[in-house]
Design a protein around this ligand. Structure first.
Ligand code: NAD
Length: 557
């Protein structure tokens, strides 16, 4: 843990309102967003500076945190702060339109890009794990996960079920931090969802927070509830206690084939994240402690059985997809040669969006006033009246989403849409419709910002899955195009050695300079998604490039 001495860790909450102590709004925004990432309402373990995603941190240690805050308050409007894995290492004289902060987190030379090397450096105090939006100061809590999960299930609905999951049954497992968004996302897309989890407390938590409607006493009851809701075309989410490695193969035995099947247990971490099958009186925690090798092989055996069942359900007609948790790879290690028979969620449902530069666009009200976010919701509904998915998400979100920390919103927008939204927000700050500046950013999981062969860049048309020139170009493009702060990270989402990605944040403070910055960086950043996919051979991306006026010399566009 970062906090090892006996003084209690400070409780952090970002300042609110339209008065700043920093010398410019970008510096003030960076400071408030760093603090907001560590707000107890937002962060998983703020006392250890951990924001989300296992060990994803906002700053390397408490002295680094305090130093960053101090520097941001004195940073001039022609200077840039450099942050190396969560530690502020230098202030440089740059120029007014440069980013105010440049961040690099968890990067290792490829030959050493593994957890062993990282852990040694981390323990020596030389690095930190930045995840995606933890170390780049633009995490907004569970709303981002719910919206991304909704986007995936809505994508599945569009591709396979005529635009709605009404009258379909989805089976999945894992009701944890991220997986817990699945039942609500399936419901939002109109469908019925059976969600298996082995931990009753996870099921209870999702019931308490209304992410889950009901819990079934056993598989029979779950299937009966699902069948009647499906027949009535009613959306419903059903929790089911048990081990997915028992229950999914049981569906095969009973000849029940769901319409959609996926999984979000923490299979990426076989020692801690996926429980093996066990007898009722067996203590698997004790097994893990006393015989870790045996435990690991039993976890992989269980995942092998689980994946074999998914493949069989797919053969029988279910739409199967992997939800970015590396379950297929663990099953392959457990002996399933054809584990990769079904696709990851990006090639299955998201890639078309990426071809249009569509991805998670998010914004935060520095005023702290929810009214500012509701005003932006309304403005976007009017700006994009024909985007049905956006209309239904924003309407739902405005009504139902509880804010965590500074009020924030997320929705997916594409190339030549994000710059329009940003322009509008900037005008609303300038004319007083919003009471303070707005921070605009995105996840690193985006159209042109990440190389991650088991997730965002799985199965690229030209086989360029592992080429990470693209996120590097994305990082540099943001720097050249007026972003407020930019970051480049390694290992987010899928772990060390498996991904490289970049992040962008900009600030709408109502000024002409902000208008200049926003129009460039929020055009060029999503353009990278179109460019990357056009280059890889996607016709949709090439059409978008032609229609929306990109200049791509190697493609004659
Ligand atoms: P988590 O650790 O909070 O939750 C995992 C859940 O799985 C727990 O509730 C646990 O009880 C349950 N579980 C473990 N073994 C089980 C078994 N054998 N049967 C039934 N339930 C079992 O993790 P999380 O934050 O919800 O994330 C889940 C996984 O999904 C991670 O691997 C994460 O990386 C991945 N993920 C990927 C994406 C993406 O690609 N966009 C998005 C979200 C999550």
């Amino acid at each position: 843990p970062a906090h090892v001495d006996s003084t209690p860790a400070p409780v952090i909450r970002a300042p609110r309102g339209s008065t700043r102590t920093a010398k410019g709004w970008i510096q003030e925004a960076a400071k408030r967003m760093l603090m907001n990432n560590l707000d107890p309402e937002v962060a998983e373990h703020p006392e250890d500076l951990i924001v989300y995603g296992g060990r994803g941190k906002a700053a390397r240690d408490w002295p680094s945190f305090h130093k960053i805050v101090e520097v941001l308050d004195r940073l001039e409007n022609d200077q840039t702060l450099l942050v190396q894995s969560g530690k502020p290492v230098a202030v440089l004289n740059t120029h007014t339109l440069a980013p105010r902060v440049l961040i690099a987190n968890s990067n290792l030379v490829p030959h050493w890009a593994n957890w062993e090397t990282f852990d040694k450096l981390d323990q020596a105090g030389l690095m930190m794990y930045g995840q995606m939006t933890a170390g780049s100061w633009i995490y907004i809590g569970t709303q981002g996960i719910l919206q991304g999960t909704y986007e995936t299930f809505a994508g599945a609905a569009a591709k396979h079920f005529g635009g709605t999951l009404e009258g379909t049954v989805t089976v999945t497992a894992g009701l944890g931090g991220m997986g817990g968004a699945q039942p609500l996302a399936v419901k939002l897309a109109g469908g019925v969802c059976i969600c298996i989890d082995i931990d009753p407390s996870r099921i209870q938590k999702r019931l308490d927070t209304r992410y889950l409607d009901t819990v079934a006493a056993n598989l029979d009851e779950a299937l009966a509830l699902a069948a009647s809701a499906k027949a009535e075309g009613r959306a419903l989410s059903i929790g089911l206690l048990g081990n997915a490695a028992d229950l999914v193969p049981e569906l095969v035995r009973r000849n029940f084939t769901p319409d959609l099947i996926t999984d979000q247990t923490s299979a990426h971490d076989p020692m801690w994240g996926y429980l093996p099958k066990a007898d009722a009186d067996e203590d698997v925690n004790e097994l893990r402690r006393s015989q870790p090798d045996l435990y690991l092989s039993r976890a992989r055996q269980a995942m092998a059985g689980h994946v074999r069942a998914i493949i069989e359900l797919q053969r029988r007609g279910a739409v199967a997809f992997d939800y970015g948790n590396n379950l297929r790879e663990q099953a392959r290690l457990g002996g399933v040669e054809d584990a990769f028979s079904y696709p990851g969620f990006v090639p299955a449902f998201i890639r078309d969006s990426f071809c249009e530069g569509r991805g998670p666009f998010r914004w935060v009200a520095l005023s702290g006033d929810p009214a500012d976010i509701y005003a932006t919701d309304k403005a976007l509904l009017e700006l994009f009246p024909h985007d049905k998915r956006l209309q239904s998400w924003l309407t739902y979100a405005a009504d139902q989403i509880a804010f965590q920390g500074l009020p924030a919103r997320i929705c997916w927008l594409g190339y030549r849409e994000r710059d329009l939204a940003a322009k509008l927000f900037n005008e609303m700050v300038a004319d007083g419709r919003l009471s303070a500046p707005i921070v605009i950013g995105r996840d690193h999981l985006d159209a042109g910002s990440v190389a991650s062969p088991y997730r965002e860049t799985e199965a690229m048309l030209d086989g360029s899955d592992a080429v990470s020139d693209w996120p590097l170009l994305n990082f540099a493009t943001g720097v050249a195009s007026g972003a407020g702060w930019m970051s480049f990270h390694h290992g987010g989402g899928v772990g060390m050695g498996y991904s490289q990605h970049s992040g962008l944040v900009a600030v709408a403070d109502g000024s002409e300079e902000a208008a200049w910055r926003l129009s460039r960086c929020l055009t060029n950043d999503p353009a990278m998604g179109v460019i990357r996919h056009a280059d890889a051979g996607y016709e949709l991306a090439r059409d978008v490039a032609r229609e929306r006026g990109l200049d791509l010399p190697s493609l004659g566009i």
